[in-house]
Design a protein around this ligand. Structure first.
Ligand code: AMP
Length: 218
């Protein structure tokens, strides 16, 4: 399966990508994760991106587009992938179309995670991320077995700097102003499939498995 996961921050894209990639053994390409990795490595791209990320703004299109197109070119994408958090602007969607065309790859589906602001705020303020493997937990919705420790790799869980309430509000505005138009973009291409980002992780996971089975995606 070759998918794009679209939706506001906190709609559950990363969480579903975590479980789906394990289940279907496909690659998970998250621009947010790649940027956080670049920051951790103190690279010049990371330092430039951090200024935007800390404010809840989008990192310039050229930076993220280069990151993701390189990933697509240099990875084995035959068994499939999920693009999580990319594209986020129409310009990025066009760059992606071009990169996919050059690689002879067709997208199967764009999953649009629909949700509301109340859910987003609750999810993001409670989100805790593993420093080691990047798995997403939540203090009440997806609590780790031991507080502050990852169930899978045993590393420490932390709260992302941009998961503080004022930055979250800015990220929602940015989504509404710059990313939401991609819903129409992919609807016109007849790739869009709406799912409920309000559902609990397990219920949405079950729904998605049915959707993939019906579409013949593996
Ligand atoms: P995420 O982990 O997807 O919530 O992304 C965290 C932050 O990384 C966003 O608020 C942006 O600042 C930046 N970012 C991630 N993906 C993109 C993208 N496709 N375009 C621009 N900025 C991005």
């Amino acid at each position: 399966m070759k998918l794009v996961l679209l939706g506001p921050p906190g709609a559950g894209k990363g969480t579903q990508a975590n479980v789906l990639c394990k289940e279907y053994n496909v690659a998970h390409f998250s621009t947010g994760d790649l940027l956080r990795e670049a920051i951790k490595n103190n690279s010049s791209v990371g330092m430039e991106a951090k200024v935007y990320m800390d404010k809840g703004e989008l990192v310039p299109d050229e930076i993220v587009a280069k990151m993701i197109t390189e990933k697509l070119k240099n990875s084995d994408t035959d068994s499939g992938f999920m693009l999580d958090g990319f594209p986020r602007t129409k310009k990025q969607a066009e760059i992606l179309d071009q990169a996919l065309a050059e690689l002879n790859i067709l997208l199967d589906m764009v999953l649009y995670f629909e949700t509301n602001e109340e859910t987003i705020l609750k999810r993001l303020t409670g989100r805790r991320v593993c420093r080691g493997c990047g798995y997403n937990f939540h203090v009440t919705n997806i609590p780790p077995k031991q507080e502050g420790v990852c169930d899978f790799c045993g590393k420490e869980l932390f709260q992302r700097d941009d998961d503080k309430e004022t930055t979250i509000k800015r990220r929602i505005d940015v989504y509404n102003n710059q990313t939401k138009e991609l819903i129409d973009y992919y609807q016109e291409k007849e790739l869009l499939k709406k799912v409920s980002g309000d559902l609990d992780v397990d219920l949405l996971f079950a729904d998605l498995k049915n959707i993939f089975a019906e579409a013949g995606l593996k």
